[in-house]
Structures are given as structure tokens and as C-alpha cells.
Design a protein around this ligand. Structure first.
Ligand code: SAM
Length: 287
């Protein structure tokens, strides 16, 4: 028996134990932002997503549970929560670009949070796969599955202790605007947790730079028409037009955070060297 029903814009379930409600919600677009139609179309293409490990409805949970990459990601989240003493107990949590909520399910399955709001532009991820995944892992609590843009969230009367972005921040094309907006949603002692950002080692950098110079010298496919001799970070780690990944350099992250009002932040690189994370605490950034 499913513990929820898919009804747009409605309260869907209060189970017999009175401990949980899963709400499937479609946000109204306020229209004051421009939607990235290319990425929205990519993430809403169910055919493209069929064989991805997240498609637990068709593929089951073995594939995603065996993923080494996700083991590393969960390990980093656990370490950061412990190191910075971030407790979910009684917290209101917002997860931005939460996808199928697999990471949130692992993190929160045995936790007593107050409320969890998860938002994503992919309808099948957030309205089909996410409640299915949360129910499978027995996440107990009030959870809203919001389909839409983060900028459509109602900033009034919202106060989150934790705002979580897992492999998400680098997908948002207006990162400064996003952080300024999220800052308004943070509680006095709230924290923004940005995890699963791409990390590139010095070796990666030099390897890409070497390839760049080779392509530049042979002018492969008219390479020189868009590139300079000395490559920028974005030349070496180019953005993905469809998925919307943007690979920010360390100095770009620094600029984005400071410009958005987070002069103080913590930075952590996971020992696997594939992920980096950032902690943006409200208490040190009130000004
Ligand atoms: C790499 S997935 C990460 C999903 C999940 N947070 C995780 O860690 O597995 C990126 C997610 O960002 C969502 N996304 C991309 N651009 C978005 C945007 N502008 N607003 C909200 N969600 C977005 C996609 O639909 C996709 O689910």
C-alpha cells in the first residue's frame, strides 16, 4: 500500500501512525525569472533517465546502493555534519534541486526533523521517484515534494535551519542570486550546506591544459575561434549545455559566496578528491 497519492497542490497523506505526510506540490511560476529551457527539457526527459541508477521504480535499489561515488558523497555529508555539529533534530530543512531525494533518504531515514521541503525542476524525479524512494527507506516526517524553480518558493514566513544542495549548486546558472534568495530563507543560526561540487586536482588541471595547447596548436575543429592561447578555467572544464553543470574555479566560488553576502564560509575536499563541499553559516554572515 503506498503511503501517498499523487495529487497536485494538495496534502496527500497522513499515515495511520500520524507521524508523516508526503505532499506532492506544483509551484506556480511567478514568471519573474527565466527558466533554463534546455536543462529543464533534459531533466524532464524520462527516456534519458531510464537506465540511470536513480530510476529505482524500474531498476530497484541495488544499483544506486552499490555506487562508490554516492558512498563517498554520503561519507562527506556525515563528516561535515559531525564536524560542524549540524543537527537535524527538530529542524526545518530545504533541499534545492533534490532530484529523486536518494541522498536525503539516506541522510534522514533515522532522523527526527521537523519538516523537509524538496524542490526540483524535474517532475518525474520529484513527484514519482522521490516519494517512492523516501517511502522505501521509511523516512518519517512531513515532506513536501515541490515541482518548480527555487525562485518560485514563497520567501515569506519561511525559516530553515538547514538549506541543502547536493550536486546541485553547480546546476544553478544564477548562483549569486540563488544564494541571496536562500539567505532570506535561513533562520538566525541556519546553515547552507553545499555538497557534491566537482573537484579537480592539480593533475587534472595540468592534463586539461596540455590537451588545450595541443588542440590550440592543431586548431582542431576551429578551436582557436573561441579559445585564447592561455586557457580560462571554463575553457579547461567547460559547462554542460544540456545538464547545466558549471565548473566553478576556487576563486569563482569565493567571489560568488562573498558577493552573495557570505564572506565567511568553510571549504572541505573529500579524501576521494572527486567532491568538494562548502558550509555557509548564517551566524557569521549577518551583515
Ligand atoms: C546531478 S542532479 C542532483 C540530484 C540530487 N540532489 C543528488 O544529489 O543526487 C541535478 C538536479 O538538479 C535539478 N536541476 C537542474 N537545474 C535546476 C534548477 N534550475 N532548479 C531546480 N532544480 C534543478 C535536476 O532536475 C536534477 O535533479
Amino acid at each position: 500500500m503506498p503511503l501517498y497519492t499523487s495529487v497536485d497542490n494538495g496534502k496527500c497523506l497522513a499515515d495511520g501512525r500520524g507521524k508523516m505526510s508526503y505532499n506532492i506540490i506544483t509551484l506556480d511560476s511567478t514568471g519573474d525569472h527565466q527558466i533554463d529551457l534546455v536543462s529543464a527539457s533534459y531533466w524532464n526527459n524520462e527516456d534519458l533517465e531510464k537506465n540511470k541508477a536513480f530510476n529505482v521504480i524500474d531498476l530497484g535499489f541495488d544499483k544506486i546502493e552499490a555506487s562508490l561515488k554516492y558512498k563517498h558523497l554520503l561519507d562527506q555529508i556525515e563528516c561535515l555534519l559531525a564536524r560542524y555539529k549540524i543537527s537535524v533534530e527538530n529542524s526545518n530543512i530545504l533541499s534545492v534541486a533534490s532530484g529523486t531525494c536518494w541522498v536525503e533518504s539516506q541522510w534522514l531515514k533515522n532522523q527526527q526533523f521537523r519538516a523537509l521541503h524538496c524542490i526540483d525542476i524535474s517532475r518525474h524525479r520529484i513527484h514519482k521517484l522521490a516519494p517512492f524512494t523516501m517511502e522505501h527507506y521509511g523516512v518519517v516526517g512531513d515532506v513536501d515534494f515541490l515541482h518548480g524553480s527555487v525562485f518560485d518558493l514563497d520567501a515569506k514566513h519561511k525559516s530553515y535551519e538547514i538549506i541543502f544542495l547536493s550536486q546541485a549548486f553547480h546546476h544553478i546558472e544564477e548562483p549569486i542570486r540563488l544564494l541571496r534568495f536562500l539567505k532570506q530563507l535561513l533562520s538566525e543560526n541556519g546553515v547552507i550546506l553545499i555538497v557534491g561540487e566537482h573537484y579537480y586536482t592539480r593533475f587534472d588541471y595540468h592534463k586539461r591544459a596540455f590537451k588545450h595547447f595541443v588542440k590550440y596548436f592543431i586548431n582542431r575543429k576551429g578551436y582557436r575561434s573561441l579559445k585564447q592561447f592561455y586557457p580560462s578555467w571554463q575553457d579547461l572544464f567547460p559547462p554542460d549545455l544540456d545538464k547545466g553543470d558549471i565548473h566553478w574555479s576556487a576563486s569563482e566560488y569565493d567571489f560568488i559566496f562573498k558577493k552573495a553576502g557570505f564572506s565567511y564560509y568553510e571549504h572541505d575536499v573529500h579524501e576521494s578528491r572527486i567532491f568538494q563541499s562548502f558550509i555557509l553559516p548564517m551566524k557569521d554572515n549577518h551583515a
